[in-house]
Design a protein around this ligand. Sequence first.
Ligand code: ADP
Length: 247
Amino acid sequence: APAAVRSLETVELRKSFGGVHAVDGASVTFRPGRINALIGPNGSGKTTFFNCVTGMIKPDSGTVTYRGDDITGRAPHRIAAAGVGRSFQLCRVFPRMTVLENMLVGVRPEGLVHRLRGARNPADIAKARELLRRVGIDHLEASEARDISYGQQKLLELAGVLMTDPETIMLDEPAGGVNPALIGRIGTLVRELNAEGRTFVIVEHNMDMVMSLSDHVVVFDRGRPIAEGTPAEVQSDPRVLEAYLGI
Ligand code: ADP
């Protein structure tokens, strides 16, 4: 089915650190057009899984496919070029660059030299300003990133991810460390971007956000999915309760 071909999919993905099976044979399908959430207790392998999918670390075995293409073990910029953008748990911005400069360094995924050359492109500058307006921090474009709030830095990071027009966006704890007002704004943005056709995969601890935002929830325990479904389905699933209680 076409929907399956277009999915971000892992098959039997594994990654160990020493004797720790951080990701232990995880087979997961994220369908296009959805806001997917990835949840699970601390240490269940969510971050490692995320890093394997986005090329930050190489899995020991298993495959990652995106729209039918095998992207397993590709470098992060090549995965980004294939259409999968990501944010980081501990927001990655360049603290001494301005907000606008931060938008422009992310624009050319091939390498820093190209990225900086891209900074002189008027079309990129116009796009950067439009996206800053969209996330509501355009008034801060001349501020150094270290001088804006952490929540604003997260909005900046999200705007930066959008510079490459990713079809699929992976967010690692978008609500972590962010005040409630900005969490609301991030949620609204995710909904709007999803309505425009972008797929999301979100690792998040804030259950209110997960349950109100996502269409599909995948629950990890011990390195692999143990349950999945709508927010209502996973909330009433005894396996999920057991995983969280550590029974
Ligand atoms: P989660 O994101 O669900 O909290 P992680 O993927 O961070 O889970 O961790 C899964 C397991 O792998 C944990 O036991 C963690 O201690 C271990 N782990 C993760 N990264 C490393 C690493 N770089 N070196 C050693 N162990 C790691």
